[in-house]
Design a protein around this ligand. Structure first.
Ligand SMILES: [Zn+2]
Length: 156
């Protein structure tokens, strides 16, 4: 049964609504059904721009890679700054265990700041080999080398 635009039911074939007088139009016939294109229609992959979804994914990859590069550069700069802020001009640092031994024995008798400074002073002037010879002498009851006095004196 045809219905008018205001929702009134009318008898078949009515041109106007029997309740409100609105014209009743017959719904147009559906457009001719168009079958989807066959397999031959689709382009060879890569011959045409990619669908939007993979465009988004590849953009996300670019952003991710850019972020990684930025992070790595940031870490490299941070490491560079840390290394450079600590004894930046001292190319003759002793191994960590040698430094620790020196500082531990020094700090028994002197403030930490003086010992840190003295170690730096000695590293700049005394080779590791000379330092270890003097260290062994000291352990065996030998006299402290002059550069040790110099270092403490320079750092007080
Ligand atoms: Zn009506």
């Amino acid at each position: 049964m045809p219905w008018c635009p205001n929702g009134h039911e009318n008898y078949a074939g009515a041109a106007f609504c029997s309740t409100c007088g609105s014209p009743i139009y017959v719904a147009p016939a559906p457009p001719n059904y168009q079958p989807p294109p066959g397999p031959g229609f689709y382009p060879v992959p890569g011959a045409f721009p990619q669908p939007a979804s993979s465009q988004v994914r590849s953009n996300a990859k670019v952003y991710w890679a850019t972020g990684l590069v930025v992070a790595l550069v940031g870490i490299a700069i941070a490491l560079f700054l840390v290394v450079n802020s600590d004894d930046s001009n001292n190319a003759n640092q002793y191994p960590a265990n040698v430094q620790t031994n020196f500082l531990n024995s020094c700090e028994v008798n002197a403030p930490v700041a003086v010992c840190d400074c003295a170690l730096d002073y000695i590293e700049r002037r005394v080779s590791l080999a000379d330092f270890q010879v003097a260290e062994t002498d000291l352990r065996n009851g030998g006299a402290p080398p002059q550069w040790l006095y110099d270092a403490i004196g320079a750092c007080r």
